[in-house]
Design a binder for this molecule. Sequence first.
Ligand code: NAD
Ligand code: MG
Length: 403
Amino acid sequence: MTIPDPQAVTVLGATGSIGVSALDVIGRYPERFRVFALTAHDNDELLYEQCRRFQPARAVLGEDDRAARLRRRLQADGLATQVDSGPRALEEVAAAGEVQTVVAGIVGTAGLAPGLAAVRAGKRVLLANKEALVTAGAVFMQAVEESGAKLLPLDSEHNAIFQCLPADFHRGELAASGVRRILLTASGGPFRDADPATLHAVTPDQACAHPNWSMGRKISVDSATMMNKGLELVEACWLFGLQPDDVQVVVHPQSIIHSLVEYLDGSVIAQMGNPDMRIPIAHALSYPERIASGAQPLDLFQLGRLDFQPPDLERFPCLGLAQDAMKAGGNACATLNAANEIAVAAFLDERIGFMDIPRLLAAVMEQLPSVAVSSLDGVLAADQHSRRVTRDLVKRFEAGRRT
Ligand code: NAD
Ligand code: MG
């Protein structure tokens, strides 16, 4: 029997929460996976450690001076890794002929171009970067269809839905596949039961202290506002060809059921597991096989119970804003996503309050009604416009807070 060559993998966003978890799984299987490229925005220290361990052919950083420092250090260690910087290099390592699998783990709209480059090059793309689908879902999914790329969701809920759908599910054909609807679970974040009157005083560290998941700061704030579930609703619609009304959000505080598929006959299939991103990552890396991920096995006896409740749209207006944006179509989701990135960054910088995030987003959505878009340029123009409008509003909110 011949052992196949290991799969060559590029990890975009290697130093982030997703990237570190992906490398943890990859590192367990040197005979299955070989790292071709690792990328990071500014953490050249961790990228150096990762390059020493995985000895990739390529590494990419955001800025020239950090790339030069990494290059010098790796050369001094006798490693032949080619180190580059900037967005063009990100696209190159995502689309390189040597690569079979790309882990798309960059946060925010910055992940769109390299993710799309991987799709257009027909790679197996393990997608964590939900913002790519939220902003440019139509362009992204069309590229998947045209190139024959294999798109596998890493977001735990979408990975769960993928696992619960029939193996021969055709995108958009719910009833023909015997499916009635999708139940998208949400933990409700750290403020699920908080008194709404106290939410204005929440600090960035409180918002980032997620009860079940350890994640990057941007997605942690999104979980606290429940914008994360809004973005995930949009992500699910594009991935599986759904309408917003095909998806019911279910608050499930324990984060053990990662989502469910309800069939026409009344069967409901759930995917369960401890909240550990290595589970969906291992699933997607080895699909259709199964490999050990390093996650703790689920202990149902210790768990004892699972709870469910409907989402409170008054307490968490971001979820409703995302539903409205998906229904409006056109560039509305790109506008909302960009406004959210600016608003979350302003909150993390303590320039605006926690409850200013939904207020700001509602104001931007009112100011920028949806316009049809058909190209990536159109999406990026909407993204930039929304950022400008939101930055101006942040200044006004800030001034309001001081007076
Ligand atoms: P993170 O902040 O921990 O890491 C982000 C990574 O992207 C880092 O490696 C960083 O260097 C890189 N990066 C940041 N800005 C960049 C830029 N401008 N250009 C190039 N690279 C850049 O984020 P994360 O929590 O790992 O999330 C990554 C993505 O995965 C997000 O889209 C998030 O929504 C999604 N996701 C994360 C989790 C999770 O458990 N962390 C779960 C589901 C989905
Ligand atoms: Mg998720």
